[in-house]
Design a protein around this ligand. Structure first.
Ligand SMILES: NC(=O)c1ccc[n+]([C@@H]2O[C@H](COP(=O)([O-])OP(=O)(O)OC[C@H]3O[C@@H](n4cnc5c(N)ncnc54)[C@H](OP(=O)(O)O)[C@@H]3O)[C@@H](O)[C@H]2O)c1
Length: 276
């Protein structure tokens, strides 16, 4: 009889450790997905959530340099920008955007950072059959996650990107950066009105807490639209519930992380890849 895969990976003296740093950490779901993948593939690695206050990030970060079986660090709210400054090397979009979500600890104790949020989000949408090319996209937010999404979406051939953020200067700054990096896309800062858009993405942190405000006026969402989320906990936020009520197609935040799991393995665990 086939045996079910173990619910969690085997942990022994050879286990490679990946630390996920967040503050607070109670909402994180990435370790659950990643550890299930490792258990399923027989990879001797484990991801553990660490609740690290922003003012203690640097101390925790420097201490980890000396942990020889630390494969790397995964970062989420609110650490992505600060961690980029603490990296010794940045690669790809991380060097362009100044944000990281995945950092490898190399054998010499140096940290190399990359940013996979944008490609993870776009891959997640495409895997679900959502067409991006030619679409008018409203991006709500201009923080770490939104920054990565904006660039990845603009490169994917969308026709227009409107960036709406509480802090308007940040929206303007992000629009300028994306316009330079992806000149083919019409990108502008704008209002959070979903009208006149095909896809509306909540890339703010609104929705994590039950009493959070909605990220936009959801009464303007229509059946032909897609409403997408980056928040993973709860799995279906109030924004998505409201969108579903109005007949829009919804796309949950978990797709963004499940699409990044292979990147975590490839980048953080090069020995696993060499062994096949
Ligand atoms: N699904 C995934 O794989 C995945 C990956 C990464 C992140 N996330 C989630 O994405 C969310 C954002 O993370 P982040 O790293 O981008 O955080 P961040 O850099 O701190 O950015 C937070 C964003 O939310 C906005 N915001 C926060 N409170 C607000 C409020 N009360 N009213 C209006 N806007 C508000 C901020 O606007 P201001 O600029 O005006 O402050 C900013 O645009 C988090 O929930 C995180 O868990 C999910």
């Amino acid at each position: 009889m086939p045996t079910a895969p173990p619910a969690s990976p085997k942990v022994n003296g050879e286990t490679q450790v990946i630390v996920l740093m967040a503050w607070p950490a109670s909402h994180v779901r990435t370790p659950t997905f990643f550890n299930a993948l490792c258990a399923q593939r027989g990879i001797n690695a484990i991801m553990v959530p660490w609740a690290v206050r922003p003012e203690h990030l640097q101390e925790a970060w420097n201490g980890l340099r000396h942990v020889a079986n630390l494969a790397g660090v995964v970062l989420t709210i609110p650490h992505k920008q600060t961690a980029a400054q603490l990296c010794d090397r940045l690669e790809g979009d991380a060097s362009l955007l100044g944000v990281v979500n995945t950092v490898r600890r190399d054998a010499d104790g140096l940290y190399t950072g990359r940013m996979y949020d944008g490609s993870g989000f776009v891959t997640g949408m495409l895997r679900e059959g959502i067409v991006l090319a030619g679409k008018r996209v409203l991006l709500l937010g201009a923080g770490g996650a939104a920054t990565a999404l904006a660039l990845a979406l603009a490169r994917e051939g969308i026709s227009r990107l409107t960036i709406a953020n509480r802090n308007r200067e940040k929206a303007q700054h992000l629009a300028t950066l994306v316009a330079q990096a992806a000149p083919g896309c019409d990108v502008r800062p704008g209002s959070d009105d979903p009208g006149d858009h095909d896809i509306v993405i909540n890339a703010t942190s609104l929705g994590l807490k039950p009493d959070d405000a909605l990220p936009c006026d959801t009464s303007k969402l229509m059946p032909a639209m897609v409403a997408a989320e980056v928040v993973m906990q709860p799995a279906t936020t109030r924004f998505l519930m409201e969108a579903e009520l109005r007949g829009a197609r919804i796309h949950r935040g978990e797709h963004m992380v499940t699409s990044q799991l292979d990147h975590f393995v490839e980048f953080l665990l090069p020995d696993v890849n060499r062994q096949g």
